[in-house]
Design a protein around this ligand. Sequence first.
Ligand code: BGC
Length: 740
Amino acid sequence: MLKKTREILSKLSLRQKAAILTGKDCWSTLEIEEVGLPSVKMSDSPNGIRMPGCDTDVIPSACALASSFSVDTARRAGELLGSEFKNAGLDLILGPAMNLKRSPLCGRNFEYYSEDPHLSGEMAAAFVLGAQEHVGCCVKHFAMNNQETRRMSVDSVADERTMHEMYLSPFRTVVEKASPVSMMSSYNKINGVYASENKDLLVDILRKEWGFKGFVLSDWGAVNDIVASVRARMDLEMPSNPADSEKLVCAVESGELAMRQLDRACADLIDSVLRLCAMRRKKSRVYTLAERKALLCELAADCAVLLKNDGIFPVPKNKKIGVFGFFAKEPLLQGGGSAHVEHEMPVSPLDELKHIYNDVFYCETFGENGKSADFEESLRAADTCDVCLLFCGLPAAYESEGYDRASLALPSEQIEAIEAIAKINPNVAVLLMSGSAVDVSWRDRVKGIFECYMMGSGVGSAVAKLVSGEKSPSGRLAETFPADLRHCSAAPYFGNRGNTAYYGEGIFVGYRYYTAKGIRPAYPFGYGLGYTKFAYEGLEIIGGEKEISISVTLKNTGARDGAEVVQLYASCNDEEIARPVRELKLFDKVFLRAGEMRRLQYSLPLERLKNYDVSQHSFRLYGGKYRFAFCSDCETEIIGGELDVEGDPLHYDRNSIVGELLRTAEGRRIVDEELKPYLCLAIMGTFNADVRIENGKAIGNPMFDNVMRNMPLRALYDLTGGKFTEEMMLRLINKLGRRN
Ligand code: BGC
């Protein structure tokens, strides 16, 4: 607690304390002037300022930023937004939103980064670091808010490992790397307890384990019981609710809530308000209009993913271009709900294409509500063009806070247009605008596909530069594009399944599932093309005490400048824990001129290889042979190598099996030298047959070795008639290292 906070707290009455914990209005905290406590102002959203009358730039939505696979892009986007918030007199951004994309149908996926926890955490951390150069960030929605259906009451039920490895770890990354000023507790319950009342989550995990120093505020209307919330260190109810403030006063007076608990929440809040005020006073960068424009265009161009290119892109500047579809004129910039901001329509892709190409023909063809009057005319016009660019995507109302999508399909008139135009003209490409994966089962009909996502105000010039080849595309999919929605691991559980969202797929979310099952999606996680080619060589992997050093030489072997997304995945042969085929552990974006070569040097912390061990309720490094591979997507290895990694010491209890002992040299010695007679007795007694144990293997009958390996230590006592005594077992466990 800051000294100033202590002073303020000592001067506040019970009623004032209760009042500050329930806010001033919809968007600010309560000031108490006589004790020197100021008010701070907050606003949505992570992609622009959501304030009536405030004309704002739209920065790329998280779905787009994540596809850049560039922490630098995320940081610069955060910095720009932070400066705009500061100029508008605001102190706290209600963002970034960073829930994991469990299903492509989640209505808010456009606001979220990825299906991969490492990518989500790193991108969000970079965004926060950038934004907090100017104002504070409130990272949301903590936690396990992965669907919109029944979002205010649904109970997200997941096992402990899944929660920690998949859904909590991105938040942990942000807290540890970027110290956000605030976290927003989500609407939903987690395993039966509302997130805003969840002491395990808000105290034990967030503060004690991760060291979070800021304050927690509730999502708007997420408080179920204010007393339980304050007890769990949920420090600010939003929007303001004077009736709950009264409840807090009564709870303290009746002894239901200890004054110390109220004080602790007040201290969290006051500390953070003071931190935000210090940020307000700090001088920070102001962007000129020209700088903003250029940056928005650069950010947007960094995000688009080229999914298919049968020689259609880049389109030479002397071609006659047919542009079809309403999004070419009014590009999709954002989804619905609290992320939606008022903005001026930026220069459209159509207008920017007209600056580059002399001969551009436009038909609306389809709008947000179906076919346009010129639909038939479009088909005739398509015949006269060298190249047809169809701007397709999801109408704004398809993706929003508050509801989930019902399917992945594009509107039927768009499919009809793609098919009809492709029949007339073989040179057709589709530019998609959406906030999440869409069905692309029409992909064989066209020669090129760009997924542009929601690129923000820079969309027009970015699209024109990418199409014409002024810039080489360098985005990669931060989510799988399924070939069939039923292949998605969450499909059987997702959506309206009563008040329970059962996370039955466990850790096998997104590509972790597709690769494990050998199901080929339409486009895999990490996939994306460019206009140049890269080669990797000279891989070197060196183990270290705390990190692994990995180096490789990257060469741009093509004829154009461009950026490569370097993706390093790890896999492991260890069988002690169920694992995906490979997992993303490191990524980088490297720009190289045509023909340029660079030695890249990475250090991968061993910490990042840890898995969650439910028997110990903590992360642990499982030892084994690890494979580290640079891949072009989650399915395709380019170059890889192996390294033996020593795991954290194993711990044992009476139910540990002999196979676990055999994993270490000391355990193998104990089996051969100390346990041998008892193991033989236990096996012989059960099977009435001769058995020998040599070098940790039981010999005599092919089944014996398996029986022995799977035998828990306590069975030695049970199956030797007590000759292997309880005392011997306890001594052995102590010697090996006891499990807590
Ligand atoms: C959303 C939050 C948002 C808040 C305030 C809620 O409905 O879930 O993300 O920050 O409203 O607008």
